[in-house]
Design a protein around this ligand. Structure first.
Ligand code: 3PG
Length: 305
């Protein structure tokens, strides 16, 4: 079987080695398409492959139509909003993800960005500390849980809300469960977003929601840019000079956000899962899932049932 690894943002070299070893150990063949700059390269490479491993690469109907033998796509990562899962289903193509494999990397970056933000982007002026601050985790999945674990080391007071996770499970992790997203925003000094991009969450982080943050509040986004209502957030931040927005996903309105000097920061390219460990964990998990699918028909991590 031919397995295409198509990554516009490439894996670390060690991860690629691991993926190759895993796929080849099952008698399958790896085709590498890294750092591609044009969709036409993907359309050409996908033509005769049986399986594909991707990251946030856009898997559109056009891409799926160009694939004549494709049976399975594995997103080496958690979020699969970049894949047209419904269209893949129509075409009987299995879509899977590798939940949890890169979540520690994303959670660590939350704190890398937070320390930078509370120390005024290292401009020399006295900043503040994370200890004893109220941290609100929006969505208590794999990343949210890792954020809570690390926040304990910083001595933070941790809260979480997750529409799909029972309060008991949140409390069992030593985190205060609140009853609503609004309560989380009203309660916490810092909100860390970990919700997926879905039709329900799109634009959900809007003026009204963020305006509930107490004075000096910080919103940190290592999830998806689509969940932010950008025009409304810019309006709010221009009215409230006490708030900061820190993100790992460059907003469409980056130039407008840049006007908010000292209160906005974005990484140039989404960096959350960009560690050798996360790439290796997610990449090898994806390779194993593909081998298991071809060997036993295993579809444990299918997301388009
Ligand atoms: C994910 O959904 O797994 C993360 O957002 C990481 O995405 P990436 O593989 O594009 O860095």
């Amino acid at each position: 079987m031919k397995v295409l690894v198509a990554t516009e943002k490439p894996f670390a070299a060690t991860a690629v080695e691991g993926i190759k070893k895993e796929i080849e150990s099952a008698g399958n063949q790896v085709i590498l398409l890294e750092k591609y700059t044009d969709n036409s390269q993907l359309l050409e490479a996908i033509n005769d492959v049986d399986a594909m491993i991707v990251r946030s690469d856009k898997v559109t109907p056009e891409v799926l139509d160009a694939a004549k033998a494709l049976k399975i796509v594995v997103r080496a990562g958690a979020g699969y909003d970049s894949i047209d899962t419904a269209y893949a289903k129509e075409k009987n193509i299995i879509v899977e993800n590798t939940p949890g494999q890169n979540s520690n990397a994303v959670a660590e970056l939350v704190f890398g960005l937070l320390v930078y933000a509370v120390r005024n982007f290292y401009n020399g002026k006295a900043g503040t500390e994370l200890k004893d601050k109220k941290l609100g985790i929006l969505a208590f999945g794999n990343v949210g849980r890792n954020v809570a674990r690390i926040a304990k080391g910083f001595g933070m007071d941790i809260y979480a809300y997750d529409a799909y996770c029972p309060a008991e499970a949140i409390e069992a992790a030593g985190v205060h469960a609140v009853k609503s997203q609004d309560e989380l925003f009203r309660t916490c000094d810092i909100i860390s977003l970990h919700i997926p991009a879905t039709p329900e969450t799109k634009d959900s982080i809007d003026y009204r929601t963020v305006n509930q943050l107490p004075k000096g509040g910080i919103l940190i986004n290592t999830a998806r840019k689509e969940v932010i209502n950008e025009p409304e957030l810019i309006k709010l931040l221009s009215e409230r000079a006490d708030l900061k927005y820190i993100t790992d996903i460059k907003p469409d309105a980056d130039t407008d956000f840049q006007q908010l000097e000292g209160r906005y920061f974005t990484t140039p390219k989404k960096m959350g899962a960009q560690t050798a460990e996360a790439n290796t964990n997610a990449g090898i998990a994806a390779a194993k899932q593909i081998n298991a699918f071809f060997k036993d028909g295993c579809t444990k991590y299918q997301v388009n049932k």
